[in-house]
Ligand binder design. Structure first.
Ligand SMILES: Cc1ncc(COP(=O)(O)O)c(C=O)c1O
Length: 443
């Protein structure tokens, strides 16, 4: 993989660097690596280097890189009719709506389709405000919900700072972060109860990732999410669960909410919805919320709402999860992954914590295990240069494994099709890469 020096870029990488603005970055530091092929859990760069995709790209390639049922459905739909205006329908859109009603819990039954997780959140915020007639949204500090004005305002991670003050009424609460917060997870929950009481009857929704993704793979205690729903409802607010990253088998259940037996009022999803074969977002609401819009206008929409090709990919993706038993499989393989991460923790003093559920796991690094001092701080997310955590991820790449990271945590979210042997290969690469953080520990 390219080490980032400009001289090494091939023609395509150079064209890309010269003419494409990179996401969330100082453009001088952008150094794209051209990917030319993907097969199963592996992908290959233009120099022929092969990588195990231990993070499913941006925690979205849940079906791996050669799910032929999905690519064939895309080709067929594109050949039949690629796009119709949202006031028409297609079999793909109607069937996907039906499928989502089937796989989501409880009485979640009707979907607004968009093209990304960000848009799914925007729709959820507006729907919650329209339905409740209230304006505020309580979300948490260690969260990511999207890049646009509303969704970045309800995001808690440092990426929101450049957009502040942001949307009025976006209020932040503490997180269930047992390893790194001064507040106990259940204490943080009761704090939210207090917040809602103090806000009076003005909060439209409490918005959470049931299992926090890019902000560190935070799994709350079992009783957290049911109690959060109770707290929200006690104060006349809805519970929105953002399943953009946790959804579609990642946790070993269809949705992160299922891990805790909770049906939220609104669920947002994207990423695994098509296994990342097409850009598609979805905001699913309960019967009651759907009924509200029978005679109240849903003042929201996009040209590409319910895009036929994207919906065809969604149907084929869900059929693939179902027919290949990928959800159950993720739960089983997830246990193996958990054990292998524990081996890494035993072998490497710089591993402070390993945590997660199913095939959604994190390795949090530390330069001082007793004091739990992180290598990467929140401010680093906005700073130039790289951290030790970035260097560990780069070293894993040198050993043939791609792993994403954010702030202080390596994020492990491979395709659900990964085998134990492939996990072993990736663990070997991490075992070698973690020497970098071991060597950087304080004496
Ligand atoms: C939990 C969560 N919500 C929303 C988003 C935004 O999704 P997108 O990048 O598709 O707009 C993300 C993206 O990583 C996410 O992880």
């Amino acid at each position: 993989m390219s080490d980032g020096s400009a001289a090494e870029l091939n023609e395509i990488e150079r064209l890309d660097k010269d003419h494409v603005l990179g996401t969330w970055s100082y453009q001088s530091e952008v150094s794209p690596t051209q990917i030319v092929d993907g097969d199963g859990v592996r992908f290959t760069d233009a120099d022929g280097n092969e990588f195990i995709d231990f993070s499913g790209q941006l925690m979205c390639s849940n079906l791996g890189h050669s799910a032929s049922r999905v690519s064939e459905a895309i080709a067929e739909q594109a050949a039949d009719v690629p796009y119709v205006a949202p006031n028409y329908t297609t079999e793909a859109r109607a069937r996907l709506g039906e499928k989502l009603a089937e796989v989501t819990p409880g009485n979640l039954s009707k979907t607004f389709f968009s093209t990304s997780g960000t848009e799914a959140i925007e729709a959820a915020i507006k729907i919650a405000k329209f339905y409740t007639g209230k304006d505020k949204v309580v979300s948490r500090y260690r969260s990511y919900h999207g890049a646009t004005y509303g969704s970045i305002s309800v995001t808690g991670d440092p990426r929101r700072l450049a957009a502040e003050p942001g949307m009025p009424g976006a209020i932040k609460a503490p997180d269930p972060y047992a390893y790194g917060s001064t507040m106990d997870p259940m204490e943080s929950l009761e704090y939210i109860d207090e917040m809602l009481m103090l806000e009076g009857d003005t909060v439209a929704a409490v918005l959470v990732e049931p299992v926090v993704g890019s902000n560190g793979i935070l799994v709350p205690p079992e009783e957290y999410l049911p109690r959060l729903k109770e707290i929200a409802h006690d104060h006349g607010a809805l519970l929105i669960c953002d399943e953009v990253m946790a959804g579609f088998g990642r946790t070993g259940e269809w949705f992160g909410s299922d891990v805790f037996g909770v049906t939220p009022d609104i669920m947002t999803m994207a990423k695994g919805l098509t296994g990342a074969y097409q850009p598609l977002g979805a905001t699913v609401v309960t019967d009651e919320i759907a009924a509200h819009f029978e005679d109240e206008m849903l003042t929201h929409g996009h040209t590409y709402a319910g895009h036929a090709v994207a919906c065809a990919a969604g149907v084929a993706a869900i059929e693939t999860y179902q027919e290949e038993n990928l959800i159950e499989r993720a739960s089983e393989t997830g246990e193996y992954l958990e054990a292998r991460l524990a081996d890494l923790a035993d072998a490497h003093p710089s591993v402070g914590d390993t945590r997660g559920v199913g095939l959604f796991r994190g390795i949090e690094l530390t330069k001082h295990p007793e004091k739990r001092v992180p290598f990467g701080e929140r401010a680093d997310k906005l700073a130039k240069g790289s951290t030790v955590v970035d260097e560990v991820a780069a070293a894993a790449g040198e050993h043939g494994t791609y792993v994403a990271n954010m702030i202080n945590t390596l994020i492990i979210a491979p395709p659900l099709t990964i085998t134990e042997a492939e996990i072993d290969e990736a663990i070997d690469a991490l075992d070698a890469a973690l020497e970098v953080s071991d060597d950087a520990m304080v004496a």
